[in-house]
Write a new protein. Structure first.
Length: 269
């Protein structure tokens, strides 16, 4: 998850219908590289909850999870742990993405740790949920085949759109179009495309919150465009400027719950 904010300005290379300057090829490369390399100071840990909201019927009981994040070789490294609504089923996964490596591992219910490949990334993290490891790791931000599409208005803001093609031709989504806020260099949304080039799922950042002078994602939604069901993820607590044990991100340790930072370090959102 990319949680930073920065400002920038670019030369005018053409305008869209709303008068937004379009990026040149060189500017687009600069925007993407800066987005990929931006990070917040130190390691951090987030507590969150996911609520499934079907198009019809009542919302599910929230499922809680924890995310640990660090940085390695110029890219983010994350670990996520979750239990089901009654706390019996355990799942954990690790994801790493940078210019040289984009790889993930998973452990379910104390089963042997396995590498996540192809469509395994798109398997939901819990029964009745839409959200899967793919949605939290966001590997598409670092896929090699990524090109600038346009700068357009979205929810009243100027957003740079990039299209990333899945390096695994047999896996879904086949491509992702994601937006980067022009002013804050933060992810705003992502649209997943199926084999027919139709949008299958829509990931949207709803709002941000400020914790210890750091702006970060507060809530986001993932909508299944076929069923219109929605998973809503909310960050509930955050601890920043940590020095996490590197062993937390060792795939061999996925079957064992990782230690949490002291409760006094967490701030509520």
């Amino acid at each position: 998850m990319l949680l930073l904010c920065s400002t920038s300005a670019f030369a005018q290379a053409g305008l869209d219908d709303f008068g937004y300057p379009q990026l040149t090829k060189e500017e687009a490369v600069s925007v993407l590289n800066r987005f990929r390399s931006s990070r917040i100071p130190g390691d951090y840990c987030l507590k969150f909850k996911i609520t499934h909201k079907p198009r019809q019927g009542e919302s599910s009981k929230p499922i809680e999870g924890v995310l640990w994040a660090s940085w390695i070789n110029g890219g983010p490294l994350i670990r996520v742990e979750m239990k089901d609504a009654i706390g019996t089923s355990y799942l954990a996964f690790i994801g790493i993405k940078n210019s040289a490596l984009n790889q993930s591992w998973i452990a379910r219910d104390k089963q042997p740790v396995a590498s996540l490949k192809g469509n395994e990334m798109a398997q939901s993290i819990a029964e009745d949920l839409i959200i899967c490891p793919f949605d939290l790791i966001m590997p598409y931000t670092h896929w090699a085949d990524t090109r600038y599409v346009a700068t357009e208005r979205s929810r009243g803001r100027a957003v740079h759109y990039f299209e990333s093609t899945n390096p695994d031709s047999q896996a879904l989504p086949t491509k992702v179009v994601f937006g980067i806020d022009r002013s804050y260099q933060a992810l705003t949304e992502a649209k997943y495309h199926d084999t027919e080039n139709k949008v299958s799922e829509n990931f949207t950042i709803n709002d941000f919150a400020k914790v210890d002078e750091q702006w970060m994602i507060n809530t986001c939604d993932l909508r299944d465009e076929k069923t219109r069901n929605v998973d809503s993820l909310k960050i509930t607590e955050a601890a920043f400027r940590l020095e996490l044990d590197p062993q937390i991100f060792n795939p061999e340790n996925l079957s064992t719950p990782a230690p949490l930072p002291p409760a006094t370090l967490f701030k509520s959102l």
